[in-house]
Design a protein around this ligand. Structure first.
Ligand SMILES: O=C(O)c1ccc(O)c(O)c1
Ligand SMILES: [Mg+2]
Length: 625
């Protein structure tokens, strides 16, 4: 059992694809026919390249429109197969994929199909080749792996078996339990792909939208578990047709691909209750802190902003220029160190969120799982000094610190000296952190989903397309199963959306806002107003529409308008109330939310209104207009 990847999954020349696959740790590749045909390298040269890189060739594919051809076309198909066997010999592979026939000329007659495969099996056996038959979801007569299995059984030839491809099975909703019928030694090869759940023509969906296990909506853990249950121990291979993958970093996709296979194998073994090579994913218990990096000139200004939002400076770091701000259970850390990670991050991104801390039960187990998934730990370069807690590389170069639950309070006490006589003039009613929102490059949007899902077992919730006045923004929410830790990822191809401006101004992806919980949004709004917090204006039209949509009483709507509050309700009447602060240097802002326990969204219906409001402040600075 090893990790493989089809060359079609990666961008670049065949040489680049092979180099990236080897570098990322794959043991073998599927040579996709078009990649060979378009290459200046002869098959023998490709073989040498693979050997030099430590790769084997586990499959040649696809061989199209073979079975059930009428008249002369039948012999032509068999002759064509012999030519491909020659190529395979030169490439050094003994497995070929025959995908089910899509030709309008093909006949669906079962006996003919069985006879054709028996003929092909005889020819393949003479050359030491195994043929795998794959049901394309849009095959003309055969489009279901259960049909393929019944044909393979009828052919009953040692050189003929089945190839399973998760996309074709799961896009048609074929139950994974059906794999139990298949004999493990008749599975010639396994291809894996995930995909977003779209209501779309199967061929178009498959050719453009496949993605890596852990990036889409299929239950691949169960699919792979059923395959392992048959005793199959051949390669698990990625076959990803994705428009974006064709244009973005080969290295990124190869590395993410390898991670996705480690992740899905681990998840499948867990489904089976079998031992695995890495610790189980641990969902964060909560976001423990958010760390801001601020230059000396910005520290006071940021502090003033935090005070208007109801935070109090409660402690200073014992040895560093770092302060701890609190409100309710929320910890914000402001790092003004003149050297080190926070300072480096500040040089690149400006005063911004440079790290988050997540509370977990067992930090070492998270670090071990990260290592098994190829996620890099952070270790300060050149300054091997003590680190208060372990950290991992996260979005856009920011860090994810791990705070162990059992020692969390002791850690704070050890690192920070309480500030005496803090003037606490009441807060804004904030209790905790509802969610963190990150903006990432569109090219890395799927990469970050995989990171959080594979490492922490977060679950993907509804994807939303949000309308910014300057273009479309894709948003994907991820959360721990119990909702105690929530994250949204946002990305946009349009050049001037708020997300894209954040990326341009901050030179890369990162956390853009922190959503804080309140149990009484009206009181929070009043407290914020009293403290002089700069809040986002919401247009009157919004409130007219709100009254109409939810049938709210005039005085309720008037109170919301007065508070600049956004409101949403799900179909069961569970409510969500939101307020937004103005952005600090246009780089980050705060949201305040009051979430009914059963409300699972993020006020997507309000996002367009919020983005339009933020768009109106373009060019202006807080307090200047
Ligand atoms: O889209 C296709 O034609 C195609 C070809 C080969 C495959 O293995 C596959 O899954 C799809
Ligand atoms: Mg396939």
């Amino acid at each position: 059992m090893h990790n493989a990847i089809a060359t079609v999954s990666l961008r670049g020349t065949l040489e680049e694809k092979l180099a990236a696959a080897a570098q990322a740790g794959f043991q073998s590749v599927e040579i996709f026919e078009n990649d060979l045909i378009g290459s200046a390298l002869r098959p023998q040269q490709v073989r040498r390249l693979m050997e030099d890189a430590g790769l084997s060739c586990s499959l040649y594919q696809p061989f199209r429109d073979f079975e059930g051809m009428p008249g002369d076309l039948r012999q032509r198909a068999l002759d064509r197969a012999e030519r491909k066997f020659d190529v395979m010999e030169a490439l050094g592979t003994d497995r070929i994929l025959v995908c089910s026939n899509c030709s309008p000329a093909s006949l669906g007659d079962r006996q003919r199909i069985v006879d054709d495969f028996r003929d092909l099996g005889e020819r393949a056996a003479k050359r030491g080749i195994r043929v795998g038959y794959e049901a394309l979801a849009w095959g003309r007569h055969v489009n279901d792996h259960r049909d393929v299995w019944s044909i393979v059984k009828a052919v009953d030839h040692p050189a003929i078996g089945i190839i399973l491809d998760s996309f074709h099975s799961l896009s048609r909703g074929i139950p994974s339990e059906s794999i139990r019928e298949i004999a493990g030694d008749k599975i010639v090869y396994v291809q894996l792909a995930d995909a977003p759940l779209l209501d779309m023509d199967l061929l178009y969906w498959s050719r453009h939208f496949r993605n890596l296990p852990g990036q889409g909506g299929f239950d691949l853990a169960r699919y792979v578990a059923e395959i392992l249950r048959t005793g199959y121990d051949g390669p698990l291979s990625l076959e990803i047709f994705n428009d974006r993958f064709r244009s973005i970093s080969t290295k990124l996709i190869a590395e993410d691909g390898h991670r996705s296979l480690e992740y899905v194998r681990d998840a499948a073994l867990r489904v089976l209750g079998e031992p695995t090579a890495m610790p189980a994913p641990q969902a964060p218990l909560r976001a423990e802190f958010v760390e801001f990096t601020a230059g000396t000139n910005d520290v006071a200004r940021l502090g003033d902003t935090l005070e208007t939002l109801g935070f109090a400076r409660t402690a200073t770091h014992r040895t560093k220029k770092v302060t701890r701000w609190r409100q309710g259970e929320v910890n914000l850390v402001v790092n003004a160190e003149p050297r080190g990670f926070a300072q480096s991050y500040r040089i690149v991104h400006g005063t911004s969120i440079c790290a988050i801390g997540v509370r977990v039960n067992d930090a070492q187990a998270v670090m071990d799982r990260a290592a098994a998934l190829g996620i890099r730990a952070y270790r300060p370069e050149g300054r091997p000094g003590r680190m208060a807690m372990p950290a991992l590389r996260g979005v856009g170069g920011s860090l994810v610190y791990l705070v162990e639950d059992a020692g969390a309070e002791a850690l704070w006490a050890r690192e920070f000296e309480p500030v005496e006589n803090t003037e606490v003039s009441g807060d804004a009613g904030v209790r905790g952190i509802d969610h963190l929102a990150a903006v990432v490059h569109n090219d890395e949007f799927l990469s970050w989903q995989l990171y959080w899902r594979a490492l922490f077992g977060l679950e993907g919730r509804d994807a939303q397309d949000v309308i910014d006045p300057a273009g479309l923004v894709h948003s994907q929410a991820l959360q721990s199963p119990d909702g105690a830790f929530r994250l949204t990822l946002n990305a946009s191809d349009a050049r001037e959306t708020l997300s894209s401006r954040f990326l341009a101004q901050g030179l890369g992806g990162g956390f853009q806002h922190v959503a804080l919980t309140s149990e009484d949004m009206v009181a929070t709004a009043r407290a914020l107003q009293a403290r002089g917090a700069a809040m986002l204006d919401v247009p009157a039209n919004y409130y007219d529409d709100l009254a109409a949509r939810f049938g709210l009483a005039d005085d309720v709507v008037a109170a919301m308008a007065e508070a600049h509050m956004l409101y949403d309700e799900d179909f069961e009447g569970n409510s969500y109330r939101q307020l937004y602060s103005r952005a600090f240097d246009k780089l980050f802002f705060f949201e305040f939310v009051e979430r009914a326990a059963a409300y699972v969204g993020y006020g997507a219906a309000n996002a367009g209104v919020r983005l339009a409001a933020q768009n109106r402040y373009r060019g202006a600075t807080v307090g200047a207009e």
